[in-house]
Design a protein around this ligand. Structure first.
Ligand code: GTP
Length: 337
């Protein structure tokens, strides 16, 4: 398994305004773009060449990674002029593959500590055309679920339901035989989850179940949690090694009476004033947290000014926003400039 396709072309609408100028996969987790975490994980499992399937803000990826020299990978870009959906993106990217071997395909918005090597071994030994990483969740009602038989073979792809028959869900990381990529129609909008997998089940799709750390980065809350989990050591990434820290700060200026906890990330040029409290949050470059402010489970963009005494809980703040002293910000708010 030396080649991969990384799906990074989505709009990231649930993460607006954070994704207004930065594609979701390039938002930082513990100071490192999600895409970098994922590329280094693939590399550690033996992948040498990755096709990035881009669409939304496509040019930003190439500007950041070029041909991949810095990461020690060969990177190529398959750009969709109009987003083709996850299945259409795989077909489009397939044209840029070089080899005939099995291909690792992964969503660009997941941090997972499952073993790609193990998933590959299951693919090889089962003889399936596709092997999916499946992860158990506490409440599967919010997802489509994926029941498997005793041998791990996928029985069906079921839509969201009130009484899911299993708590296993599609974790967004697949191994596909090359032959099934080549038959997906080109230049058509297709969903791999809704259109391709239900068809492939008629052949043989295998499940690779693991309960290792896994998180889908669909929302600002999930992003801040994943970032904190990497910093505190609940999650692992080869981009960082094993951390076990209360917070991570890149050249930030922190008042001695401020309290920073819960795996918070403070980027360069961040200032945290007296008696401010920042818990399990991400604060990007050149932002300032005013005195006595309380910032919890929140993702704060670049150049943001948070006034004295402001309380932010589960809030996403876009670049350049100023929140003046005395403002009440409701829990879960999305603020843009
Ligand atoms: P939301 O708009 O908030 O749902 O986010 P999203 O656009 O990222 O969609 P979703 O979370 O369903 O996408 C899962 C993965 O597939 C992400 O890594 C996306 O970048 C990627 N993706 C989704 N749609 C497309 C597409 O049309 N083209 C490509 N290349 N990738 C896509």
């Amino acid at each position: 398994m030396s080649e991969a396709i990384l799906l990074v072309g989505g709009q990231g609408t649930r993460l607006r305004p954070l994704t207004d100028s930065t594609p979701k996969p390039l938002l930082p987790l513990a100071g490192v773009a999600c895409t970098t975490h994922q590329l280094l994980k693939a590399k550690a499992a033996g992948v040498t060449r990755v096709v990035l399937a881009t669409s939304y803000l496509a040019e930003v990826f190439e500007a950041q990674y070029g041909a991949g020299e810095e990461l020690g990978l060969e990177l190529v870009y398959a750009v969709e002029r109009e987003p083709l959906g996850t299945g259409g993106a795989i077909a489009n990217a397939g044209q840029f593959l070089k080899g005939d071997g099995p291909i690792l395909i992964f969503n660009g918005d997941v941090i997972s500590n499952h073993s790609l090597e193990e998933q590959y071994r299951v693919h090889e030994s089962s003889g399936a055309v596709a092997t999916l990483h499946l992860t158990p969740v506490e409440d599967a009602r919010a997802y489509g679920c994926v029941p498997v038989d005793d041998s791990g073979r996928v029985k069906a792809f079921l839509e969201k339901m009130d009484n899911p028959v299993t708590n296993l869900i599609n974790a967004g990381c697949y191994i596909f035989d090359r032959s099934i990529i080549d038959v997906i129609p080109l230049n058509a909008v297709i969903s791999v989850e809704r259109e391709i997998f239900p068809e492939l089940v008629k052949q043989h799709v295998q499940g690779y179940v693991s309960d290792d750390y896994w998180i889908d980065l669909g929302t600002p809350e999930a992003f801040t949690k994943a970032s904190a989990d990497l910093i505190t050591g609940r999650a692992y990434s080869p981009a960082l090694g094993s951390l076990n820290m209360e917070y991570l700060a890149n050249a930030a200026e922190i008042a001695t009476s401020a309290r920073i906890t819960g795996g918070t990330f403070l980027d360069e040029g961040v200032i945290v004033d007296e008696s401010a409290y920042v818990h399990q949050s991400v604060i990007l470059a050149d932002s300032r947290v005013g005195s006595n402010a309380h910032v919890e489970n929140s993702f704060v963009g670049r150049g943001v000014k948070i006034g004295s005494g402001i309380k932010l809980v589960n809030v996403a703040v876009g670049d350049g926003v100023e929140i003046h002293e005395g403002t009440t910000v409701s829990e879960g708010a999305r603020l843009s400039a």
